[in-house]
Design a binder for this molecule. Structure first.
Ligand SMILES: [Zn+2]
Length: 362
């Protein structure tokens, strides 16, 4: 512990995870464009897969029949699977009905009417045989009326209590998710109710979805302090450098985001001083690596000028090199935070990193 920030170890059926940890997202059983050995070599300890997408394509029963998600995707380290709640509820115009039993929606693959329940979310993740399964939650968009928020909190607890008792894969851990939007009272209620159910870990859901960042970080401080200290705390969906440092300071152990790989596909690099848009003409003759001092496979051998050329010509190696760099950047940032926590120097580490970060597109 260093203030509220903490360094720890999470034990899973496929090995230990040293926290705090950034988790690369492999929605469709692939961290986009990268070989699992490359993901491992970047220092990634655990990757995410997605219940919603894998249920429809290729199908969780098919994955089960082929030996589970680890074997299917060729990754033998820990895997966390999201429940699909976020995907269902973020595609709002596909939802047909939500009731206490579950949610009915038209899936994005063939438009067929589909029903998700907590029991099905458990069964899909049992079939995938991930190391950490998440509860199905109701995620309301930012800015909904309090009554809607309150209903989502009630339902999220009800669903969590049912999923807690559903079958799971051998050795699979199960995490609950708290909701409550930006309402401090509903956040407290949801957090307490989920914590009371005694999951292996607890997630903070439904934040960083467009609300004011000051509010995000204040609520994270308050919620993390309410969660059991002896279980991992997971902030769902944050992956910019400032956000990572803020949630670590609040006492969060795990976080994930598509930002590093999505940003790579738009031709941008994350660096300690901000974002580089490689399409910019000023990089045309720039012989420097994306970031001085970076030990990633892109920076070891290639210039900004070359990567700019790849990006501008839509060559596949461009987003691959940027993905390798961007993931390495966030993993190094998080490793540095862990080292600082162990030395009792996290406050200084965070201040130095934020001072260097201009965070403007350049
Ligand atoms: Zn690099």
């Amino acid at each position: 512990m260093d203030g509220a920030a903490r360094a720890g170890t999470l034990r899973t059926a496929h090995g230990e995870v040293r926290t705090p940890v950034f988790m690369p997202v492999g929605t469709k059983a692939t961290v986009k464009t990268l070989h699992p050995d490359e993901v491992r070599a970047l220092g990634a300890q655990i990757v995410l897969g997605n219940t919603y997408h894998l249920h429809f394509r290729p199908g969780d029963e098919l994955v089960r029949d082929l030996g589970g998600l680890h074997r299917f995707m060729g990754w033998d380290g820990p895997i966390l699977t999201d429940s699909g709640g976020f995907q269902v509820f973020s595609l709002r115009d596909t939802i047909a009905a939500v009731d206490d039993d579950g949610v009915t929606f038209r899936n994005v693959y063939d438009g067929a009417e589909t029903r998700f329940t907590p029991e099905l979310a458990a069964r899909i993740q049992e079939n995938l045989a991930s190391d950490i399964a998440m509860c199905l939650d109701q995620v309301p968009p930012a800015g909904v009326p309090r009554r809607t928020l309150e209903e989502a909190v009630r339902r999220t607890t009800l669903w969590a209590s049912r999923q807690r008792d559903a079958p799971r894969a051998p050795g699979q851990l199960r995490f609950g998710i708290g909701q409550g939007g930006t309402d401090p009272e509903l956040r407290r209620r949801s957090t307490e109710e989920i914590a009371e159910l005694g999951f292996d870990g607890n997630a903070i859901g439904g934040l960083a979805i467009g609300e004011d960042r000051e509010v995000t970080f204040e609520l994270t401080d308050a919620v993390a302090a309410m969660l059991p200290a002896d279980r991992p705390r997971y902030f769902m969906g944050i992956g910019d450098a400032e956000g990572i440092l803020e949630v670590i300071e609040a006492g969060v152990d795990m976080f994930d985001c598509v930002l590093p790989t999505r940003t790579a596909r738009t031709g941008s690099a994350l660096t300690a001083t901000g974002r580089l848009n490689l399409r910019n003409a000023r990089f045309a003759r720039d012989e420097r690596p994306l970031e001085e001092g970076c030990d990633c496979p892109a920076c070891a051998r290639f210039s900004r000028a070359y990567i700019r050329h790849l990006v501008n010509q839509n060559e596949l190696l461009g987003p691959r090199l940027l993905s390798l760099h961007n993931l390495r950047f966030l993993i190094r940032l998080t490793d540095g935070a862990r080292d600082a926590i162990e030395r009792g120097a996290f406050a200084g580490y965070k201040r130095d990193r934020l001072e260097r970060l201009q965070w403007a597109d350049s």
